[in-house]
Design a binder for this molecule. Structure first.
Ligand code: FES
Length: 158
């Protein structure tokens, strides 16, 4: 015998009860947002680590990509939120999200030690995107690169 009790669902809700439920829901959402902002913890980027849709090509013959002709050079694509760098020996390209995972400051690349650097609080990231030293605790999102030497272009994509 099945003696499961099914709770009764009210057939209607008056306006006062409806407003009470909506008010509690909205209040809860606002409280959660406020608590997150007040804790000073890292702000997760809603675009990370999921698919960001990044897929663009830089022409190293053009001004926008020219710095990548040099070992240790780097370029920031603000529109794509990606920093692209070239190793000191010019053998490898690296592409990661352009802003620090700590408090969203734009990174630079230090070719002499092959690390991405945040000038705001001093976090460093390896070329893999992993944290080398904090205060950041979360890795950068890394992107794929494909260099076409004959055209002198580089594609950055997921
Ligand atoms: S914003 Fe980069 S270390 Fe704080």
């Amino acid at each position: 015998m099945n003696d499961t009790t099914i709770p009764k669902i009210p057939q209607s809700m008056n306006r006062k009860d409806f407003m009470k439920h909506v008010g509690m829901s909205v209040g809860g959402i606002l409280l959660l947002n406020c608590l997150q902002a007040c804790t000073g913890s890292e702000i997760p980027d809603p675009m990370q680590p999921g698919n960001t849709g990044v897929d663009f090509t830089l022409d190293l013959n053009a001004a926008a990509g020219n710095a990548l002709n040099n070992g240790g050079g780097f370029v920031v694509s603000v529109a794509n939120k990606v920093i692209v760098a070239r190793s000191q020996d010019k053998s490898t390209f690296f592409a990661v999200q352009s802003n620090c995972t700590h408090e969203n400051f734009q990174l630079t690349f230090q070719g002499n030690n092959n690390q991405f650097n945040c000038g705001l609080h001093g976090s460093n990231f390896q070329t893999s995107g992993a944290v080398a030293n904090g205060p950041a605790t979360s890795a950068l999102k890394r992107y794929n690169t494909s260099f076409d030497a004959s055209a002198n272009t580089i594609r950055i994509f997921e």
